[in-house]
Design a binder for this molecule. Structure first.
Ligand code: SF4
Length: 300
């Protein structure tokens, strides 16, 4: 079974790329592979041009410091026995940074305030159960920031949070990618969030990227039927502009038994005969207005 197949992504410092798709499409496997938690059977992953695949644990560890992960569920990702201060100091101890005890305490307080929990003194001695969901996610972000990462891998960072605090956490991530200038790869199933915050969007279906390009191009001029279906169910703020939602029928196929030809053909409303035999690969549509817009569809 190929959980992820032929995915190719690039991410620059200061850029946010959103990986969008429904559950089970391979988004999480992709970021786990980038972070080294899953070993790819083939392919290449490079950080600042240096190959990561195949490195020993000893050589991978310093690179792990530069690639930090934010998990979906802040109720599970924080150790309930650790005060906030311990949660922030532990990664520094593991990676041998921060110098003295007082230096680490200072760095922890700075990271907490950069993550929006100020004054830090009001939070450092608390346990996770004394924090709200949004505050927990900010602690998780601060625990990543103390290591000074170049790349933040955010796996559905707001999907478990109340709607009222989502915007604040997303705005924090948006600010962080500009200052200090880190790349953020954000997984989300919410195309409207991706459109608002990301520079580029990559849409995944059944382990493959089926459309990618600048966020506004993908959202305003989607070319893949799957992207169009996802966008059709995004509610518009103006109810008068509400279109007809295009509800996809059936479940996504079993990744162990991928359909012949186009992977999306069993659910595609415009599939043609050629779609059962020829597997479309990402390419620039002939009439594309944006040269960075790629689509994997015979009809694009
Ligand atoms: Fe639909 Fe065919 Fe395009 Fe696949 S290649 S998305 S089945 S039209």
């Amino acid at each position: 079974m190929h959980a992820v197949d032929g995915v190719s992504l690039s991410l620059a410092r200061g850029e946010m790329v959103a990986l969008v798709g429904e559950s089970g499409c391979g988004k999480t496997t992709t970021v786990q592979t980038i972070s080294g938690m899953v070993t790819p059977s083939s392919g290449s992953i490079q950080l600042d041009g240096a190959e990561i695949v195949g490195l020993s644990e000893r050589r991978l560890r310093p690179l792990r410091r530069r690639m930090q992960m934010i998990y979906q569920d802040p109720y599970e990702s924080l150790d309930p026995r650790f005060r906030v201060s311990q949660t922030l100091v532990e990664p520094m101890l593991i990676h041998g940074i921060g110098g003295s005890r007082s230096d680490r305490a200072r760095l922890a307080a700075e990271a907490l305030e950069r993550a929006g929990l100020a004054p830090a003194g009001a939070f450092l001695d608390r346990y996770p159960h004394e924090l709200s969901g949004g505050q927990r996610q900010r602690v998780a972000i601060a625990a990543a920031l103390v290591l000074g990462p170049d790349l933040l891998l955010a796996d559905e960072p707001v999907s478990m949070l109340d709607v009222s605090v989502r915007a604040g956490v997303l705005a924090l991530l948006d600010a962080l990618r500009r200052d200090p200038g880190m790349g953020i790869l954000m997984i989300t199933h919410d195309l409207s969030t991706a459109a608002h915050f990301a520079d580029r969007i990559a849409v995944m279906y059944l382990g493959r990227i089926v459309e990618q390009g600048p966020a506004q191009t993908v959202v305003r001029a989607p070319r893949h039927p799957y992207t169009r279906a996802l966008l059709s169910v995004v509610p518009d703020r103006d109810p008068r502009k509400a279109g007809t939602p295009q509800i996809l029928t059936g479940e996504a196929p079993d990744p162990a038994n991928v359909p012949s030809g186009c992977r999306f053909r069993t659910r595609c409303p415009v599939a043609e005969a050629q779609c059962t035999t020829a597997d479309p690969h990402l390419r620039f549509p002939s009439d594309a207005t944006d040269p960075a817009h790629e689509v994997a569809c015979h009809l694009a």
